[in-house]
Design a binder for this molecule. Structure first.
Ligand SMILES: Nc1ncnc2c1ncn2[C@@H]1O[C@H](COP(=O)(O)OP(=O)(O)O)[C@@H](O)[C@H]1O
Ligand SMILES: [Mg+2]
Length: 223
C-alpha cells in the first residue's frame, strides 16, 4: 500500500507535483498517465522511495518514509519491484544473472530452478545466457519485469514498460502484469498508451491516475 497526504515534490525549488493525496490499496492495479514531462517518472520514484516528498506525508507499506533509517529504507525497497523505463541492465552479464541481481545484492540465495521457472514465465527461458545488447525490445522489457519480481515484491512499479513495443508484445507484457495482480501484487504502470489501458480495463479492475496541473488525480470512468 502506498499512501500520500498533501505531498509536494519539486526539483531545485520548482514545484512539479503538489497537494497529492491518494491511496493505492494493497492488491490494486493503477495506471498513471500524463503528458511527457508531467512527472510520471518522478511520481514513481517517490513511490519507491528514491525521492522523498519536499513536504507532506508519504507512507509505503505502512511505514512513514520520513521516519525510516537508511537500513529500514533498504529493507522496504526490497518489497518493491521496479521496471525502469530503460531497463538498466548490466551489459556484461547474461540475462539470467541480470535477473538474479536483486537477490545477489540482497545476499539471498538464488535457486536455479526458480530462476529458470521465472524466465520461462516471461518467455525467455531460451535466452538465459544471452547478453542484454543481443535482446530485442520485447525481450528486454520482459527481462526487466522478471528482474523486478525475482525477489517476490509486494508492489510492482513499471515506467512505460511498453514504450518501445509493438501491440502484440505490449499485450503480452500487460497479461503478465495482470497475472501478477491476480496473485495479489499491487501494480502501478506509467503509460500514455490509452489502448493498453482500455485493454487492461476489460480484464482487470484497473483505475487510472492522471497528472494534470501538478496534481495526481483519479481519472473518471471515461477512458
Ligand atoms: N533529476 C532532475 N533534476 C531536475 N529536473 C528533473 C529531474 N528529473 C526530471 N526533471 C524534470 O521534471 C519534469 C518531470 O520529469 P519526469 O518525471 O521524467 O516526467 P515524465 O516521466 O512524465 O516524462 C521534467 O520537466 C524534467 O525535466
Ligand atoms: Mg518518464
Amino acid at each position: 500500500m502506498i499512501e500520500l497526504r498533501d505531498a509536494v515534490y519539486g526539483y531545485t525549488g520548482k514545484v512539479l507535483l503538489s497537494g497529492i493525496s491518494l491511496t493505492l490499496p494493497p492488491g490494486s492495479f493503477h495506471f498513471l498517465t500524463g503528458p511527457s514531462g508531467s512527472g510520471k517518472t518522478t511520481f514513481l520514484k517517490l513511490c519507491y522511495g528514491e525521492l522523498r516528498p519536499t513536504s507532506g506525508v508519504l507512507s509505503i507499506l505502512g511505514e512513514d518514509l520520513s521516519r525510516l533509517t537508511r537500513d529500514q529504507m533498504a529493507v522496504m525497497r526490497r518489497r518493491i519491484g521496479v521496471v525502469h523505463q530503460d531497463c538498466e541492465f548490466l551489459d556484461h552479464l547474461p540475462l539470467a544473472e541480470n535477473v538474479a541481481l536483486p537477490l545477489i545484492l540482497a545476499d539471498r540465495p538464488v535457486a536455479e530452478g526458480d530462476l529458470t521457472e521465472l524466465l520461462a514465465w516471461v518467455g525467455l527461458r531460451s535466452r538465459a545466457s544471452a547478453f542484454p545488447p543481443e535482446l530485442s525490445g520485447g525481450e528486454r522489457q520482459r527481462g526487466a519485469l522478471a528482474r523486478a519480481i525475482v525477489a517476490a515484491p509486494d508492489i510492482i512499479l513499471a515506467d512505460e514498460p511498453t514504450g518501445n513495443l509493438d501491440w502484440e508484445m505490449s499485450q503480452r507484457l500487460l497479461s503478465l502484469l495482470i497475472e501478477l495482480n491476480r496473485m495479489g501484487k499491487t501494480i502501478l504502470v506509467a503509460t500514455h498508451d490509452l489502448n493498453l489501458i482500455r485493454t487492461a480495463k476489460s480484464q482487470v479492475a484497473a483505475r487510472v491516475l492522471r497528472i494534470k496541473d501538478r496534481q495526481v488525480q483519479l481519472a473518471g470512468a471515461d477512458l
